[in-house]
Design a protein around this ligand. Structure first.
Ligand code: SF4
Ligand code: SF4
Length: 158
Protein backbone atom coordinates (compact mmCIF):
# COMPACT_ATOMS: atom_id res chain seq x y z
CA UNK A 1 0.00 0.00 0.00
CA UNK A 2 1.28 3.52 -0.79
CA UNK A 3 2.36 5.32 2.35
CA UNK A 4 0.37 8.42 1.49
CA UNK A 5 -3.33 8.17 0.80
CA UNK A 6 -4.85 10.73 -1.57
CA UNK A 7 -8.51 11.46 -1.01
CA UNK A 8 -9.35 11.38 -4.70
CA UNK A 9 -8.00 7.81 -4.89
CA UNK A 10 -10.54 6.62 -2.33
CA UNK A 11 -13.93 5.19 -3.23
CA UNK A 12 -16.17 5.40 -0.16
CA UNK A 13 -18.72 3.09 -1.79
CA UNK A 14 -16.23 0.30 -2.42
CA UNK A 15 -17.05 -1.65 0.76
CA UNK A 16 -20.74 -1.72 -0.16
CA UNK A 17 -19.83 -2.79 -3.69
CA UNK A 18 -17.77 -5.72 -2.35
CA UNK A 19 -20.44 -6.57 0.24
CA UNK A 20 -22.97 -6.91 -2.60
CA UNK A 21 -20.93 -9.64 -4.25
CA UNK A 22 -22.45 -13.11 -3.66
CA UNK A 23 -21.53 -14.42 -0.20
CA UNK A 24 -19.68 -11.22 0.83
CA UNK A 25 -22.30 -9.43 2.99
CA UNK A 26 -20.49 -10.51 6.18
CA UNK A 27 -17.53 -8.27 5.25
CA UNK A 28 -19.04 -5.39 7.24
CA UNK A 29 -18.79 -7.42 10.46
CA UNK A 30 -14.95 -7.27 10.41
CA UNK A 31 -13.46 -5.45 13.41
CA UNK A 32 -9.81 -5.68 12.26
CA UNK A 33 -8.54 -8.09 14.90
CA UNK A 34 -5.92 -9.62 12.55
CA UNK A 35 -6.65 -13.25 13.48
CA UNK A 36 -7.10 -14.14 9.80
CA UNK A 37 -3.60 -12.94 8.96
CA UNK A 38 -2.12 -14.80 11.93
CA UNK A 39 -3.82 -18.00 10.71
CA UNK A 40 -2.87 -17.64 7.05
CA UNK A 41 -0.10 -19.97 5.79
CA UNK A 42 0.56 -17.71 2.80
CA UNK A 43 1.08 -14.67 5.06
CA UNK A 44 3.61 -16.69 7.01
CA UNK A 45 5.70 -17.25 3.88
CA UNK A 46 4.90 -13.93 2.23
CA UNK A 47 4.48 -11.22 4.90
CA UNK A 48 3.27 -8.71 2.30
CA UNK A 49 0.13 -10.79 1.83
CA UNK A 50 -2.35 -10.12 4.61
CA UNK A 51 -6.09 -10.87 4.62
CA UNK A 52 -6.74 -8.28 7.34
CA UNK A 53 -4.82 -5.65 5.34
CA UNK A 54 -6.90 -6.46 2.27
CA UNK A 55 -10.07 -5.96 4.32
CA UNK A 56 -8.74 -2.63 5.60
CA UNK A 57 -8.01 -1.56 2.02
CA UNK A 58 -11.63 -2.38 1.14
CA UNK A 59 -12.88 -0.36 4.11
CA UNK A 60 -10.66 2.62 3.18
CA UNK A 61 -11.99 2.49 -0.39
CA UNK A 62 -8.70 1.69 -2.14
CA UNK A 63 -10.60 0.24 -5.06
CA UNK A 64 -8.18 0.73 -7.96
CA UNK A 65 -5.09 -0.16 -5.94
CA UNK A 66 -6.62 -3.32 -4.54
CA UNK A 67 -8.29 -4.62 -7.71
CA UNK A 68 -5.02 -4.28 -9.63
CA UNK A 69 -2.93 -5.83 -6.85
CA UNK A 70 -1.20 -9.19 -7.38
CA UNK A 71 -2.09 -9.95 -3.75
CA UNK A 72 -5.61 -10.93 -4.87
CA UNK A 73 -4.11 -13.98 -6.53
CA UNK A 74 -1.81 -15.07 -3.68
CA UNK A 75 -4.54 -16.67 -1.59
CA UNK A 76 -4.25 -20.48 -1.68
CA UNK A 77 -7.96 -20.91 -0.80
CA UNK A 78 -7.34 -23.11 2.22
CA UNK A 79 -10.10 -21.34 4.26
CA UNK A 80 -8.13 -21.32 7.54
CA UNK A 81 -8.87 -17.61 7.91
CA UNK A 82 -12.60 -18.25 7.61
CA UNK A 83 -12.55 -20.96 10.27
CA UNK A 84 -10.65 -18.75 12.73
CA UNK A 85 -12.53 -15.47 12.31
CA UNK A 86 -14.40 -14.51 15.52
CA UNK A 87 -16.86 -12.47 13.47
CA UNK A 88 -17.61 -15.22 10.96
CA UNK A 89 -16.22 -13.15 8.10
CA UNK A 90 -15.48 -15.57 5.29
CA UNK A 91 -12.41 -14.01 3.72
CA UNK A 92 -12.28 -16.71 1.07
CA UNK A 93 -15.63 -15.51 -0.30
CA UNK A 94 -14.35 -11.93 -0.19
CA UNK A 95 -11.23 -12.75 -2.19
CA UNK A 96 -13.42 -14.53 -4.75
CA UNK A 97 -15.65 -11.45 -4.93
CA UNK A 98 -12.64 -9.20 -5.45
CA UNK A 99 -11.33 -11.47 -8.20
CA UNK A 100 -14.70 -11.34 -9.97
CA UNK A 101 -14.68 -7.55 -9.74
CA UNK A 102 -11.12 -7.41 -11.17
CA UNK A 103 -12.25 -9.52 -14.14
CA UNK A 104 -15.42 -7.43 -14.68
CA UNK A 105 -13.34 -4.24 -14.56
CA UNK A 106 -11.07 -5.66 -17.28
CA UNK A 107 -8.03 -5.44 -14.97
CA UNK A 108 -7.32 -9.09 -15.69
CA UNK A 109 -8.70 -11.12 -18.58
CA UNK A 110 -11.00 -14.09 -17.87
CA UNK A 111 -8.40 -16.35 -19.54
CA UNK A 112 -5.60 -15.18 -17.22
CA UNK A 113 -7.85 -15.45 -14.18
CA UNK A 114 -8.73 -19.02 -15.20
CA UNK A 115 -5.02 -19.81 -15.62
CA UNK A 116 -4.25 -18.54 -12.12
CA UNK A 117 -7.13 -20.59 -10.67
CA UNK A 118 -5.79 -23.61 -12.54
CA UNK A 119 -2.34 -23.03 -11.01
CA UNK A 120 -3.95 -23.06 -7.54
CA UNK A 121 -5.61 -26.39 -8.29
CA UNK A 122 -2.28 -27.86 -9.38
CA UNK A 123 -0.58 -26.65 -6.21
CA UNK A 124 -3.33 -28.14 -4.04
CA UNK A 125 -2.97 -31.42 -5.91
CA UNK A 126 0.79 -31.40 -5.40
CA UNK A 127 0.30 -30.72 -1.69
CA UNK A 128 -2.13 -33.65 -1.38
CA UNK A 129 0.30 -35.96 -3.15
CA UNK A 130 3.20 -34.81 -0.95
CA UNK A 131 1.18 -35.42 2.24
CA UNK A 132 0.13 -38.84 0.97
CA UNK A 133 3.73 -39.74 0.15
CA UNK A 134 5.07 -38.52 3.52
CA UNK A 135 2.40 -40.41 5.44
CA UNK A 136 2.97 -43.54 3.37
CA UNK A 137 6.67 -43.35 4.19
CA UNK A 138 6.16 -42.62 7.90
CA UNK A 139 9.07 -43.91 9.90
CA UNK A 140 11.53 -43.45 7.06
CA UNK A 141 13.87 -40.50 6.75
CA UNK A 142 12.32 -39.00 3.65
CA UNK A 143 13.44 -35.49 2.78
CA UNK A 144 10.23 -33.53 1.97
CA UNK A 145 12.14 -31.19 -0.39
CA UNK A 146 13.48 -34.14 -2.34
CA UNK A 147 10.06 -35.82 -2.43
CA UNK A 148 8.48 -32.60 -3.66
CA UNK A 149 11.06 -32.23 -6.38
CA UNK A 150 10.35 -35.76 -7.65
CA UNK A 151 6.60 -35.28 -7.44
CA UNK A 152 6.93 -32.12 -9.53
CA UNK A 153 8.90 -34.04 -12.13
CA UNK A 154 6.21 -36.73 -12.08
CA UNK A 155 8.60 -39.45 -10.94
CA UNK A 156 7.46 -41.80 -8.26
CA UNK A 157 10.57 -42.43 -6.16
CA UNK A 158 13.53 -40.24 -5.19
S1 SF4 B 1 -10.31 -12.46 11.66
FE1 SF4 B 1 -12.28 -11.71 10.94
S2 SF4 B 1 -12.75 -9.93 12.22
FE2 SF4 B 1 -10.56 -10.37 12.45
S3 SF4 B 1 -9.55 -9.07 10.88
FE3 SF4 B 1 -9.90 -11.07 9.95
S4 SF4 B 1 -11.88 -10.90 8.92
FE4 SF4 B 1 -11.74 -9.20 10.35
S1 SF4 C 1 -7.97 -18.91 2.38
FE1 SF4 C 1 -6.34 -17.59 1.55
S2 SF4 C 1 -6.25 -15.84 2.93
FE2 SF4 C 1 -7.37 -17.46 3.98
S3 SF4 C 1 -5.84 -18.53 5.21
FE3 SF4 C 1 -6.00 -19.63 3.27
S4 SF4 C 1 -4.47 -18.72 1.96
FE4 SF4 C 1 -4.74 -17.32 3.66
Amino acid sequence: MDEKLRLHDLDPLFKEEVAREPGCGHLLRCFSCGVCTAACPVSELEPEFSPSLIIRQIMYGLRTELLSSAALWHCARCARCSFQCPQDVRFLDIIEGLRRLAVREGIISPARAALLQQGETLIQDLRRRLIKRILAEAGEDGDPQEMLSHLMKGTDKP
